[in-house]
Write a protein that binds this ligand. Structure first.
Ligand SMILES: [Zn+2]
Length: 174
């Protein structure tokens, strides 16, 4: 069970047996519709989740891989970027002060009565974090029309402040 992709991004934790479990999810355009993010236009991502359940905690290691569609910073056309990242999460049912903190692992505490673990926000945060700083097409792959327009616009603008008294002065001198 759990091999079928589902679009709820939840894991039923109540009654989940101790040991390892596997899940897979698909993240598509619809996933991002629920978030107000203008950066991500679409997605086709697979998420493979390995879950380990113990008495007091659940450890989740998920591998996210696929393609994201974003807006190119230079020409504003759609740009497909490959994405491959790993996201881990430790879910504790009770806060145990004696337990050493695992610094490299994001930790949340879940009420033991919760039946479902919702991973939607967790996936979303990790996908956003893994976006590259600069999202532009390869050199020469930008929309040529838009680039020409941008260059024109740049060329037309006078250097310095437009509409300053000096422009008028310049006109007079010319
Ligand atoms: Zn571009």
């Amino acid at each position: 069970m759990g091999k079928e992709p589902d679009n709820l991004y939840t894991i039923p934790v109540k009654g989940l047996s101790i040991g390892k479990h596997e899940y897979s999810f698909l993240i598509d355009n619809k996933f991002f519709e629920d978030f107000e993010n203008s950066q991500i236009l679409g997605a086709s991502l697979n998420v493979d989740v390995e879950l380990e359940r113990s008495e007091t905690w659940i450890k989740i290691v998920s591998a996210i891989h696929g393609t994201l569609s974003v807006e190119c910073d230079r020409c504003l056309d759609e740009l497909a970027i490959p994405l491959k990242t790993e996201a881990s999460l430790l879910v504790r049912f009770v806060k145990n002060e004696d337990e050493p903190e695992e610094d490299d692992l994001e930790t949340i505490t879940l009420d033991p009565s919760e039946a479902i673990l919702d991973l939607r926000q967790f996936f979303y945060d990790y996908i956003c974090l893994s976006l590259p700083m600069q999202m532009v097409h390869e050199e020469g792959k930008c929309n040529p029309e838009m680039i020409a327009r941008l260059e024109n616009a740049r060329g037309e603008k006078p250097v310095g402040e437009s509409g300053s008294p000096f422009d008028k002065l310049k006109d007079l001198l010319n």
